[in-house]
Design a protein around this ligand. Sequence first.
Ligand SMILES: [Zn+2]
Length: 139
Amino acid sequence: MAEPAKQRVPLVEGRLKILPDGKAHLVGIKCAKCSEIVFPKSFFCPACGAEDVEEVALSTRGKVWTYTIVHVGYGSIIQTPPYATAFVELEGGGYVHTPVVGCDPEEVSIGMDVELELITTEERDDDETVVYAFKRVST
Ligand SMILES: [Zn+2]
């Protein structure tokens, strides 16, 4: 029998929300004045300066907008370079700077479909710490 899934705790509070059913999404803001969607969340809109912003759940899917290949490690998150890091343009708006996992770095391309993926960085008896990344959507 499979062990029950451990509770997942985001490494950084406020950027990633994990719901009781295990589904997760990033948390951004939407500006009431200019409709800009921004990640990570902020108390004002960086596009127009308005402070009338509301917290929104961001899409878990998007496309690679641009990327580069990094040849040094990324702390406990990705210990074995090289890896790809990208700006992902989310469906419905917003950009996320994120590692891209699930394929070799040289397979990453602009326009590639990706989806939210959680990476475990530390495991304990009852729970585990996770960070967000995006992985290639298999077609
Ligand atoms: Zn705005």
